[in-house]
Design a protein around this ligand. Structure first.
Ligand SMILES: [Zn+2]
Length: 161
C-alpha cells in the first residue's frame, strides 16, 4: 500500500502554483544542462539582438513591440538563471512539471465518491487496473493527487463543499 505523499510534496506545491510557467531555458535558446558560461553567452547574444537601443529605424512599430517583449523575457530569464538560488527553485519547478507529465492524472474524483474505511481511517477508490487509490484523512486537504498502489495512474481528489 502506498500513501500520499508518494512524491516530493514541496515540488508538487510549486507545480500547482505555477501551472503555466514560461520556459526560461528556451527563452535563451538554452537547455537545463547548459552551464552558467553557456547561458551567459546565449543571453548576451539575444540581448544585443533585441535591445531597444539597437533597433534600426526601419523596424515597424508592431515589430518593435514584439522585440521589446522578447528583450524583457530574455532579461528576466537571465535574472532567474544566473542566480544560483532562483535557478535552483526554477529547476525544481521544471522537475515537478515533468513528474506531472509522467504521472498522468487519470480522473478527477470527489471525496464523496470514495469508499470510507473506518478501520484504517482512509478513503479508497478503485483503479481501472484493479488496484486502489488510498488517502488517509490527515493527508486530505482541499485537493490531493494520489497514485494507484499498483499502476502509474493517479487521480485528483477534490473535496466538494
Ligand atoms: Zn492502477
Amino acid at each position: 500500500m502506498r500513501y500520499w505523499p508518494a512524491r516530493n510534496e514541496d515540488v508538487w506545491e510549486m507545480a500547482k502554483q505555477h501551472p503555466k510557467q514560461i520556459d526560461w531555458y528556451s527563452v535563451l535558446g538554452a537547455s537545463p544542462n547548459d552551464g552558467l558560461q553557456e547561458l551567459k553567452q546565449k543571453y548576451q547574444k539575444l540581448v544585443l539582438l533585441y535591445h531597444p537601443d539597437k533597433q534600426g529605424l526601419d523596424v515597424a512599430p508592431g515589430d518593435a513591440d514584439q522585440r521589446l517583449q522578447r528583450f524583457i523575457e530574455v532579461d528576466q530569464a537571465w535574472k532567474i538563471l544566473s542566480n544560483a538560488e532562483t535557478k535552483r527553485e526554477y529547476d525544481l519547478q521544471l522537475r515537478a512539471q515533468e513528474l506531472k507529465q509522467s504521472w498522468p492524472v487519470d480522473a478527477q474524483v470527489s471525496l464523496e465518491d470514495m469508499d470510507w474505511d473506518s478501520d484504517t481511517q482512509s478513503y479508497t477508490y478503485g483503479c481501472r487496473c484493479g488496484g486502489e487509490f488510498i488517502i488517509g484523512t490527515e493527508e486530505m486537504e482541499e485537493e490531493a493527487i494520489v497514485c494507484c498502489d499498483t499502476c502509474s495512474l493517479s487521480i485528483e481528489i477534490k473535496r466538494t463543499a
